[in-house]
Design a protein. Structure first.
Length: 590
């Protein structure tokens, strides 16, 4: 009985092994490896200089020389660029297989370093690679990769000392052969933008290439040889392998997300993802970042993304009460509110304090790279000073005026205060942010992604229905204008407790944020009906342990499950149209 899939795996394995053996045999029998090695090393050095000096010119025949620039191989943003472009360029199983020799190639480069520089060369290469690994922001991955590099350095030095120059000759043969073999893997891939004047990824059968492919083919071998350098794509390959073995990325994009971006890039061009869009200004002049008319068909048998999801803005609840959100839009990551450390305090000392029953899913130090921060309130469960103190002060902050002043005092350099009705442009126009009026000292915000037009409203303490009715005539343009379905937003994240508690009318200086924190319960249902979102997610369920005078004598917070049940009943009775999704699953992208 033949094992399932064996009839597919066996021919594939035979093809991979046969093609590799053919390449190595050709270089071995002809004895051309040393000469080709010397020429390739010189041309690679020239190629790297040109990739830094005139990348826009090389783009027309090589597509992405920017990935070879040293600054794009270090740091979290550089790692994201390498991972996204790796996913875009590698879609066919055979191409993936030809890149499986990356770790072996890295070891061979350590042999070269030992041959050229001895122990000092090995130490220098190992130090640079370890520093690069930690610059990616994935600490556990960096520890594993650094251990690998140290092992490679030691074993390469021992091999060269024991076996002599023969090991270096094997390294020459291996690096040249693997570079050419990897180059053959791209023969089954679509042509990337710009290579033959194409505007997007196109199948070779659909490309009117002819003689124009000669120079790209010559550069193809050189590019693949350079891609095998130990500080290049081997990091992306190892990261993918680690994730497939169970590693969970903390900051970098995971496999599913990079694959999703790759599909979008094939369909929409390089502009579909922020890190690639920022690099192709020259391509935009040629129009090559736009999709081709015919598009790209996925290779037969390859994994493809499912039908487009109805939401392009993605959200993740950072805690079990959904009071802090991670949001992905326009290819960037935004943090909405910041309370990731316990406890928080409100009002005078001893008046009110709280800490979570369950720890948040992220700490301030384990968050992924944050491109912007939005603060809906200056109260500590939205703008926690200890959490904010641990964030990068270079992150742009958009906030309610009181929260903006707090961020300024904490040292954030780029702070924009937004009063109700005011807006700001984010991510070079990739998104916009509109402030609405809420209750108490809390501001709801509407985020709009420019490319998709999708709108997200997060109202932790509700939206002031009376203010909204008064300003209904205001021209809020795309951020808050009804679409053809009468919809004001696509997704509404509304505090669970807005349906439960009657508002307090005592002065806010007495009760702090508890003074007027909530709308009338009927207001929340009316807001849902008025906004007509496609889905409603509940937020701010506050599964907390509260202490202090206010809790004992003034406030009676029901449990989060009671909050949720009441909210579901209230919304479904008064706003039956939208899809009520309830509390989001923590650590799941929605």
């Amino acid at each position: 009985m033949v094992a399932p899939g064996l009839n597919t795996l066996l021919p594939r394995a035979t093809l991979v092994a046969g093609s590799l053996a053919l390449v190595i045999s050709a270089f071995t029998l002809t004895g051309a490896a040393p000469a080709i090695w010397r020429a390739t090393v010189v041309c690679t050095a020239v190629f790297y200089v040109l990739a830094h000096a005139i990348p826009d010119v090389i783009f027309r025949v090589q597509s992405m020389p920017y990935t070879y620039q040293l600054r794009n191989n270090f740091g979290a943003r550089g790692f994201e660029l390498q991972n996204v472009t790796y996913a875009a360029y590698h879609t066919h199983w055979y191409n993936h297989a030809t890149h499986a020799a990356f770790p072996l190639e890295a070891w061979l480069w350590f042999v070269v370093a030992a041959h050229w520089g001895g122990a000092l060369g090995l130490a220098a290469l190992c130090s640079v690679l370890c520093a690069q690994a930690f610059s990616f922001g994935e600490r556990r991955f960096a520890l594993g990769v650094s251990t690998l590099w140290i092992g490679f350095a030691a074993s390469a030095g021992v091999a060269l000392a024991m076996l002599g120059e023969g090991v270096f000759e094997i390294a020459q043969l291996g690096l040249v052969s693997f570079g050419f073999w990897r180059f053959t893997g791209h023969w089954v891939e679509p042509l990337p933008p710009g290579v033959v004047g194409n505007r997007g990824f196109v199948r070779r059968a659909d490309a009117n290439a002819g003689w124009r492919l000669c120079l790209p083919l010559a550069l193809g071998y050189l590019s693949e040889f350079a891609a095998g350098l130990p500080f290049r794509l081997v990091n992306s390959w190892l990261f993918r392998a680690a994730e497939q073995l169970g590693y969970r990325p903390r900051r970098a994009l995971g496999l599913n997300r990079t694959h999703e971006f790759a599909i979008r890039i094939h369909e929409q061009g390089w502009s579909a993802q922020a890190t690639t869009a920022a690099l192709v200004s020259a391509a935009r002049e040629l129009g090559v970042d736009r999709p081709s008319a015919r598009g790209v068909s996925p290779a037969r048998g390859e994994r493809t993304m499912s039908s487009p999801q109805p939401f392009s803005i993605r959200l993740m609840a950072c805690d079990h009460g959904a009071s802090v959100w991670l949001i992905e839009l326009a290819g960037r990551t935004l943090l909405f509110d910041a309370w990731l450390d316990d406890p928080y305090f409100s009002g005078p000392a001893g008046f009110f304090s709280a800490h979570r029953r369950e720890p948040p899913l992220f700490s301030a130090s384990s968050l992924p790279r944050i491109d912007a921060l939005v603060l809906s309130s200056a109260e500590q469960d939205h703008a926690h000073p200890q959490t904010l103190a641990k964030l990068d002060r270079r992150i742009p902050v958009y906030a309610r005026p009181e929260a903006a002043r707090l961020a300024g005092r904490l040292g954030f350099a780029r702070v924009t205060a937004l009063a109700p009705g005011e807006r700001a442009r984010l991510f070079d126009g990739g998104a916009s942010l509109l402030a609405l009026a809420g209750y108490g000292r809390n501001t709801p915000f509407v985020l709009r992604e420019s490319a998709s037009g999708e709108r997200l409203c997060i109202a932790q303490h509700g939206v002031n229905a009376r203010w909204l009715a008064k300003h209904a005539h205001a021209a809020f343009s795309g951020e808050f204008a009804a679409d053809s379905h009468g919809r004001l937003v696509d997704t509404l994240c509304l505090g669970v407790h807005t349906t439960l508690l009657r508002p307090f009318r005592l002065p806010s200086w007495v009760l702090g944020d508890a003074g007027t924190i909530l709308p009338d319960p009927l207001d929340s249902a009316a807001i849902v009906a008025r906004m007509s979102p496609r889905r409603v997610l509940f937020s701010h369920a506050t599964p907390e342990i509260e202490q202090g005078f206010a809790t004992r004598h003034l406030l009676r917070y029901p449990s989060a499950p009671d909050d949720l049940g009441h909210a579901l009943r209230a919304f479904r009775e008064r706003a039956p149209g939208p899809r009520i999704a309830g509390l989001p699953a923590p650590a799941a992208w929605l």
